[in-house]
Design a protein around this ligand. Structure first.
Ligand code: CAA
Length: 257
């Protein structure tokens, strides 16, 4: 497929999607979001893609939803655009998604990173929910995912003051798993993608699904859900192969079945 707002490349076992509106710090407009969702739809179907890395450039992962595109919109227009249904699609992407964040990850940019499963930041990364300074609040999950990631008080401070946090703070607060020098950001994210891509795909999918379940259920039903996914994996060839390979002291060969 041909895209003009993103660049998609496939490597061995994983894919890289780079947001590509550098002139506006990768502001997320409707066209970019549509392409991103189309690309994820395609990559979800491709068996040789087991993990996806999402990144921007050194200046910005993404500086938010495109303000110019919504500045004059009315409530009814915003409702009709229903831009967040595409964000819901990303949330439901079945394969692991890694955000490699350099530069600004603000507003919708921070929310996009948080919609991913793992965030790796470079030293230049800055995270924030500055919507309050332009008269709104986060709309793509910021108040919910940030609060779950960093807790009520830090989320309140960020959302109500619009202040940015550094990569190091994001790591200390549990938002980013790692901070690496700028020049190593992609290498680090790709290495993690390679490691994940070397694992059995059905277990990856069910593991991701079970962790996400933890955010909208009780511990009791979350544990039940996890258990069922665990038992379900015993009907895969990869479980038989994984355990047999362990016993035979050799490397497993995954079939994705
Ligand atoms: N939407 C549209 N354009 C944007 C943008 C955005 N979110 N962020 C940056 N740009 C554009 C600027 O308008 C500018 O374009 P021009 O050259 O045509 O003027 C270009 O990108 C470069 O930006 P700056 O000149 O502002 O760069 P800077 O280095 O001086 O500042 C910044 C960088 C602090 C990130 C600043 O650009 C900024 O504050 N951006 C907006 C951040 C923001 O408020 N994000 C939230 C958006 S709302 C949202 O995301 C809602 C939601 O929950 C989904």
């Amino acid at each position: 497929m041909n895209y003009s707002n993103i660049i998609v490349t496939k490597e061995n076992g994983y894919a890289l999607i780079q947001l590509n509106r550098p002139d506006v710090l990768n502001a997320i407009n409707i066209a970019l979001m549509k392409e991103l969702v189309d690309a994820l739809d395609e990559l979800e179907k491709e068996d040789d893609v087991r993990c996806v890395v999402l990144t921007g450039n050194e200046k910005a992962f993404a500086a938010g939803a495109d303000i110019k595109e919504m500045a004059d919109a009315s409530t009814v227009e915003m409702l009709r655009r229903d831009m967040f249904s595409r964000w819901d699609r990303i949330r439901k992407f079945k394969k692991p998604l890694i955000a490699a964040v350099g530069g600004y990850a603000l507003g919708g940019g921070c929310e996009l990173a948080m919609t991913c499963d793992i965030i790796i930041a470079s030293e230049s990364a800055k995270f924030g929910q500055p919507e309050i300074s332009i008269g709104v609040i986060p709309g793509a999950g910021g108040t919910q995912r940030l609060t779950r990631a960093v807790g009520k008080y830090k989320a309140m401070e960020m959302v109500l003051s619009g202040a940015m946090i550094t990569a190091e703070e994001a790591k200390q607060w549990g938002l980013a798993v790692k901070v690496v020098p700028n020049e190593y950001l992609l290498e680090e994210a790709k290495n993690l993608a390679k490691t994940i891509a070397s694992k059995p795909p059905v277990a990856l999918q069910l593991g991701k699904e079970a962790i996400l379940k933890a955010f909208d259920t009780t511990i009791e039903s979350g544990l039940e859900f996890e258990r069922k996914n665990f038992y379900m994996l015993f009907s895969t060839e990869d479980q038989k192969e994984g355990m047999k390979a362990f016993v035979e002291k050799r490397k497993p060969e995954w079939k994705g079945k």
